[in-house]
Design a protein around this ligand. Structure first.
Ligand SMILES: Nc1ncnc2c1ncn2[C@@H]1O[C@H](COP(=O)(O)OP(=O)(O)OP(=O)(O)O)[C@@H](O)[C@H]1O
Ligand SMILES: [Mg+2]
Length: 463
């Protein structure tokens, strides 16, 4: 599939074009633009588009990136020079071999400062009179030597535009160092730091219209935006997967397996406890909250919530409660749950909610009893006190030993919401007999209604 046209980001492109104009007009020092944003927000795409649109075209472009796994010294320079013959640069051949990570590089170690100077000389020699562009992709993943080099280059009188992309330093391979370098790069009068916000609903609408070749059904851009949180990567992936199904599938179609795997892969190296809490959180849907999650998963849930925030799956909302950062992430995690897990989470959650209901119901009876006493109606007050006591007794796991096996069966049917007629059909007995059993169950459990009896049954584990 052809890439989507770039949507939005006009202001960011203008800032980079302006910085380039400054480099071209005054070649005395570098201009720096630092683009930060979450994974998939569109940093790489934007830098690539901006660099390609620069006029006059740069005399030289050195673009390098980090190696996300196993960072090695000077990954950036090795990556920027790969496929380029740099032997003419005025630096010692053995150091060049080392910096470009050639397999035939000498085994001897270099003094770090000396190597940093050589690396910096090498870049300056390649940029020459410029004007040039240095692209430093994924600074957060860079090795310390590359970070030191970037820091050094930004402080040199280099006729170049330095375009840096980075996720938050919290995600960095070397968080403190990356944080310091990002702060220094962004903190000079010649630098601009841009944080890439999610795409807007209008941007998503433009992407959908471009991909599907015309106007899209109203509401689709907003729904697709909500599902993805405006993250460019997920939008591009969903659009690509929905090519034949149409734009509606981007908003509401089932999540394609390969897209779901991209999310769940993040959980693959995590501890089972973390995965369990993520799964339960996903299954709880809108009911997700720390208290309920702790009831379902145990006291370690809060620790795991923090881990899931770090992994970018959850975010803490303004009410202090965790939420999936956007529905697509929740859908992907929920999709991994087996039937037994779904049933267990649902049962635990209902138990918690019923417990809360029971306590509230008991409190209501106590309150009613107090009012009735004040009104001089002691008989009615006593009935409410007894009901409160029955509810609380049930809450303290005190099953009534008098319940017969048949009454327990009837209670089970009542708790699953069956009418007397359905109970009769299910147990193969007459409605009249069911009515007798139901009234005995209500009396023995001290319940005023079928719902209270169901609460009692769940609280005491009778079912
Ligand atoms: N403004 C945009 N309009 C249309 N498509 C976009 C836009 N921004 C990004 N994309 C597409 O979204 C996908 C992800 O973008 P990109 O790789 O630039 O994200 P990133 O921020 O660099 O992510 P990472 O942190 O993982 O490197 C790409 O397929 C890209 O083409
Ligand atoms: Mg990128």
């Amino acid at each position: 599939m052809a890439a989507l046209p770039l949507c939005g980001r006009a202001d960011e492109l203008a800032v980079m074009a302006l910085s380039w104009e400054n480099v071209v007009a005054d070649g005395s020092g570098p201009q720096v633009v630092v683009l930060t944003g979450e994974g998939g927000s569109g940093k790489s795409r934007l830098v690539a588009e901006a660099a390609a649109a620069l006029r006059p075209a740069p005399a030289v472009v050195l673009a390098g990136r980090a190696r996300a796994h196993s960072p090695a010294p000077y990954d950036w320079i090795a990556s920027a020079l790969s496929g380029r013959d740099a032997r003419s640069a005025a630096v010692p051949g053995d150091a060049l071999a080392w910096l470009t990570q050639r397999p035939d590089a000498p085994a001897r170690r270099f003094v770090p400062d000396a190597l940093l100077r050589v690396a910096s000389d090498l870049v300056r020699s390649l940029v020459g009179a410029g004007p040039g562009v240095l692209v430093i992709e994924d600074l957060h993943d860079l090795d310390p030597a590359s970070l030191a080099l970037v820091d050094e280059l930004a402080a040199q009188p280099l006729p170049a535009l330095i375009l840096v992309t980075s996720r938050s330093s919290d995600e960095a391979a070397f968080p403190e160092l990356a944080g310091r370098v990002l702060a220094r790069l962004s903190g000079t009068p010649r630098s601009t730091r841009l944080h890439l916000a999610p795409l807007t609903t209008e941007d998503v609408g433009a992407a959908l219209a471009a991909a599907f070749g015309g106007p899209v059904p109203p509401g689709t851009p907003a729904a697709a935006h909500h599902r993805t949180g405006g993250n460019a990567f997920w939008i591009a992936e969903l659009i690509s997967a929905a090519r034949s199904a149409g734009p509606g599938a981007v908003a509401t179609g089932p999540l394609p397996k390969h897209i779901a795997s991209l999310v769940t892969d993040r959980l693959a190296p995590e501890r089972p406890e973390t995965v369990d809490v993520a799964t339960a959180a996903a299954l709880l849907g809108d009911r997700l909250g720390t208290e309920l999650l702790t009831h379902v998963c145990g006291p370690g849930a809060e620790h795991e919530i923090r881990r899931l925030v770090h992994l970018g799956l959850l975010a803490i909302g303004p009410d202090g409660e965790p939420k999936f950062r956007y529905p697509l992430l929740r859908e992907a995690v929920a999709g991994t749950a087996l039937g037994a897990t779904r049933a267990a989470v649902s049962a635990k959650a209902s138990e918690h909610e019923l417990a809360a209901t029971t306590d509230e119901a008991a409190a209501t009876h106590v309150e009613l009893a107090r009012c009735l006493l004040e009104l001089g109606r002691p008989e009615e007050a006593r009935r409410h006190t007894e009901r409160a006591a029955a509810l609380l007794r049930a809450g303290r796991d005190e099953p009534d030993p008098d319940l017969t096996a048949r009454e327990r069966q009837v209670l089970g049917c009542m708790a699953s919401g069956m009418s007397n007629q359905q109970v009769a059909r299910s147990l193969g007995i007459s409605i009249r007999t069911v009515t007798v059993h139901v009234s005995r169950v209500l009396r023995k459990t001290g319940s005023a209604s079928r719902t209270e009896a169901a609460v009692w049954a769940v609280r005491t584990g009778t079912l």
